[in-house]
Design a protein around this ligand. Structure first.
Ligand code: CA2
Length: 165
């Protein structure tokens, strides 16, 4: 039996669900402090650029930043309920501490790329361990804000089956 048109379009929209860019604590300070490590662009600059790229590919992109672990957990759970298709995540300092955020990502089963502006492997030893790397599709570190663009290009390819990005 053929599935109804309504069922088909629901399935298709779930499959190519939108994209969430998630930023952890202190990334709201981008552009204002420590430009030698994190660059001169603001988070708004980065988010605007990513949203424009996604729009061209016909994918809805939402950005969210919080300094609070629970708010990030809530946003990941919401992404699960919304049926989003991919997450680009810079967990910032929570990279090195947060079992709660890892559990949230494992629970919603949304594929994600872990992004870091700086090369975390060339910095203090404690930054070398990530609670996310093991369950991420991949990790990008040390490429500055371009890391977000590269992660987005990959996500768009997955979400649009190669027709976008
Ligand atoms: O390199 C990255 O993207 C990090 O995720 C940034 C985190 C750090 O704890 C991770 O080890 C690596 C820190 C984010 C702080 O962001 C700031 C931005 C501007 C000024 C001050 C802090």
């Amino acid at each position: 039996m053929q599935p109804s048109a309504a069922k088909m379009s629901k399935k298709a929209s779930q499959k190519s669900g939108g994209l969430l860019v998630l930023h952890g604590p202190n990334l709201n300070l981008l552009g204002a402090r420590e430009p030698e490590i994190y660059g001169r662009e603001t988070l708004a600059d980065i988010d605007r650029r990513l949203a424009a790229t996604a729009r061209v590919a016909g994918v809805v992109l939402t950005s969210f930043q919080s300094n609070h672990e629970g708010a990030l957990v809530d946003r990941i759970q919401q992404a699960g309920r919304e049926g989003l298709g991919f997450i680009v995540f810079n967990p910032a300092a929570y990279t090195h501490t947060s079992v709660a955020l890892r559990d949230a990502l494992a629970a919603v089963k949304i594929p994600f790329i872990e992004v870091h502006l700086s090369n975390v492997h060339a910095r203090e030893r404690f930054r070398r361990h990530s609670y996310f790397a093991e369950i991420a599709v991949g990790t990008i570190a040390g490429l500055g804000s371009q890391g977000y663009d590269l992660a987005l290009a990959y996500a768009l390819t997955r979400l649009t089956g190669g027709r976008g990005a």
